[in-house]
Design a protein around this ligand. Sequence first.
Ligand code: ATP
Ligand code: MG
Length: 214
Amino acid sequence: MKGWVVTGLFVVFEGADGTGKSTQVAAVSEALKKAGHDVVVTREPGGSVVAETLRSIVLDPAHDIDPTTEVLMFAAARADHIAQTIRPALDAGKIVISDRFVGSSIAYQSAGRGVDETAVADINLYATGNLVPDVTVVLDLDETVAGNRRVDRGAIVDRMESAPDGFQQAVRASFLAQAEAAPERHLVIDATQPPEAITQQVLTYLQCEHGVQL
Ligand SMILES: Nc1ncnc2c1ncn2[C@@H]1O[C@H](COP(=O)(O)OP(=O)(O)OP(=O)(O)O)[C@@H](O)[C@H]1O
Ligand SMILES: [Mg+2]
């Protein structure tokens, strides 16, 4: 006899640099934990021992990494992240909240660096074993505002963030295009709103669209 098939909920936050992803990952996960849910908070690149090691290499401004290598390194980190962290948590029925996922590879390596989008998508289908987030929240913000927020925060500039002018605009446009291509699993949010308003919008969406109890 088959037992219950327990599947968790996979929620991803995407957006260009400084759009408020980490702020929302923290606030939304806190609210869900308070409501009694078992929540695993993670990030990309990283989220597992090997993937965090790859992160330290791929984001290090000291390295000159060509775009193809970059695509493969992010994908390798993602495969390990899924195998070690995401899949086990989802199989155990938990809510997984990740700061970035495949959408960032499409936005940064394809729209940003110019790698063929089909190639990036295909490599990631292989890396993820076709795991697609249930919800991808896209935090949409003008790149100048986002850049100023990061300066105010005193952020250290990594390899991806030191990319040339026009890069952040291309990244932003890609996230919006991805959401438009699959609106049923994306939630685009105006990230100029106060953090609390954004958190509430995400929670309401999870409640209405995925039956998450609050
Ligand atoms: N809705 C908001 N309104 C105003 N400021 C915000 C908002 N959300 C976050 N911030 C501030 O903007 C800065 C960047 O936020 P955060 O680090 O969450 O962005 P991020 O998308 O994770 O950035 P990165 O891409 O660098 O990881 C922080 O100083 C944060 O406090
Ligand atoms: Mg962040």
